[in-house]
Design a protein around this ligand. Sequence first.
Ligand code: FUB
Length: 454
Amino acid sequence: MNSNNKKMQITAFIFCMLIAGTVFGQNPIIRDQFTADPSARVFNGKIYVFPSHDIQAPDGKGLRNNWFCMEDYHVFSSENLTDWTDHGVIVSQYDAPWVDSTSYSMWAPDCIERNGKYYFYFPANTLGDGTNRRRGFGIGVAVADKPEGPYEPQPEPIKGIFGIDPNVLIDHDGQAYIYWSMRNIYVAKLKPNMLELDSEPQIIDNLPDKGLKEGPWVFEHNGIYYLTFPHVENNTERLEYAMGDNPLGPFKMKGVIMDESPTGCWTNHHSILEYNDQWYLFYHHNDYSPSFDKNRSVRADSLFFNEDGTIQKVKPTLRGVGAVSASKTIQVDRYSYKSENGANIELLDTLDTFKGWKTILNEDGAWVQFNTVDFGRKKLKKVQVSARSVTGALVQIRLNGTDGLLLSEVEIPESKEWKIVEAKLALFEKGVHDLMVNLKGDKQVEIDWVRFSK
Ligand code: FUB
């Protein structure tokens, strides 16, 4: 990207943040339950995320031990990519008569709007009554008048589909297509009622032969149709894509959107969408469940195209998207950058991972940087740091670089307990800045969050 484009992008980003109000984005985006396989959509000016809802398997329940276990779906919405509203359960395995309600197999869903109705597509294990239905995965549809529901499931799964991971595209001419996976990736036309196939399913070819492919997500941008999907090229799933000029293909493989997880989470599953002139990738990682990768969490990061329409690789971040209000608790453990030495991140409580993480600084000059904090326009005079230090420590709060403006020096007293320590700000800078937290001296300090106030 040339520097003019970059400047325009940063200006557009800050403008969007100002009109959207202060936001609080970080990864994972949902912090009180497991969420996976996010299908993100823009409906009525808001982003809605329809994820799978991983749970820990109740004893003896589910398809098999140590496997995916999902009983229902929630939907979440946000106007600023930061504050997410959980609208509760929209469909569960007990709601659709064709679903085997002992299978806990409500896998990756999708939702799309047509003529004011919302069509929620979900895979699940069928009861297999020996007639029309086949035991194994089918795909059902539930219909609502609003994205939040209530949704009314159809009595039967879609005839002609045996598979998982539905995804629906409505093209400019009004024709709807449904994609799904079952070893291969399939596509078929949907009738205008969005409930029945209007063509024979066809396998999308020219995709990698070896290694599992699943989770198709198809979208159009500047006349190019992108077929994106997780694929196991080596050890675990990475996100790949192909481009074509028709929703039915042919598609030509183009490359990798996101590499394999460096920590071994076996699945990845994603969606891609544009919101307020910025493209985003929603995907998942097992943040809150480091030792069991079937309990996953949804993340979001920005995505960029090259001028020829190819997609730039997305590097997963902890920082995520959106600006953070300086007066909210800033979780600096979701850092943008950190010093190579003396800065580590650990869970606050390994038995209750939803409590989140802490930053440990234990070397003179160790630091973490948390980008895009919105200090607003009204003067803030104090900073609070939630910290614990068995040695006692001096922490510097700076803006825009380790040698940037020094806002405050905070003395963390020697203590085994967590304390909220308050200090005055030497100066105030309005607007959006990158926050630095530096350790001064060879001491040790654990930091949970930082917050500014009047
Ligand atoms: O969540 C269950 C399955 O794991 C999904 O259907 C796949 O895409 C993978 O993410």
